[in-house]
Design a protein around this ligand. Structure first.
Ligand SMILES: NC(=O)c1ccc[n+]([C@@H]2O[C@H](COP(=O)([O-])OP(=O)(O)OC[C@H]3O[C@@H](n4cnc5c(N)ncnc54)[C@H](OP(=O)(O)O)[C@@H]3O)[C@@H](O)[C@H]2O)c1
Length: 173
């Protein structure tokens, strides 16, 4: 399978690229910073420079030609403000879905977030609220499309496995 990953230099994308290569699939990472090309190639993926906040759906559709699946794993990231939650976490996902439809790529996996799907809790931090609002809108956009979509809502991910908790000890009789 040829799988195009938006946000190709992200933490999730770099792991996914390695996993896809290990099982014989071909991963393509879309990145906005040319300095990230070498890292993506080291993860055994093809790197393509494309800024998803300035590209058009037609531009991206060309990059999706011949792909079997799209994974949306881009995100404005920690430290970004509310406007970029909208321009990346929502609008770039909509752009990728538009491009997937134009290119005839039906399979679309969206990395959303735990907490999406309902309004942010009253009193939430403004940037967190913008993030959850953007993820919820991106999900709603994808669900309304005639694509074979999957939405994943992870909680906070870690780089290393969590050590298993010790098994409960039974009281000695
Ligand atoms: N990691 C978690 O614990 C977690 C939990 C829940 C949900 N998620 C969601 O899962 C997705 C991926 O998470 P992650 O932790 O892998 O994210 P990440 O490490 O922050 O990576 C996101 C990637 O998106 C790229 N990006 C940002 N703006 C872009 C643009 N305009 N055009 C192209 N690429 C752009 C970033 O590139 P630059 O480096 O150039 O900015 C970065 O490589 C995100 O949507 C995140 O919200 C993650």
């Amino acid at each position: 399978m040829r799988v195009v990953i938006a946000g190709g230099h992200g933490k999730i994308a770099l792991l996914l690229e390695r996993l896809l290569a290990e099982r014989g699939d071909q991963a393509v990472g879309l990145i906005r910073n040319p300095a990230h090309v070498a890292d993506v190639q080291q993860a055994s993926a093809e790197a393509v420079v494309c800024d998803l906040e300035t590209a058009s759906a037609d531009d991206v559709a060309v990059l999706l030609s011949g792909a079997d699946a799209v994974v949306f794993a881009a995100g404005a990231g920690a430290g970004s403000g509310a406007p970029r939650k909208d321009s990346v976490d929502r609008a770039a996902s909509v752009l990728m879905a538009d491009a997937a439809e134009r290119a005839g790529v039906r399979r679309f996996v969206q990395i959303s977030s735990m907490g999406a799907g309902r309004p942010p809790r009253p009193g939430s931090d403004e940037v967190w609220a913008a993030y959850i609002t953007a993820k919820t809108a991106a999900e709603a956009d994808l669900r309304a499309r005639d694509l074979d979509w999957t939405v994943v809502r992870p909680g906070g991910l870690r780089r290393s496995p969590v050590a298993p908790s010790p098994a409960p000890t039974s009281p000695r009789s």
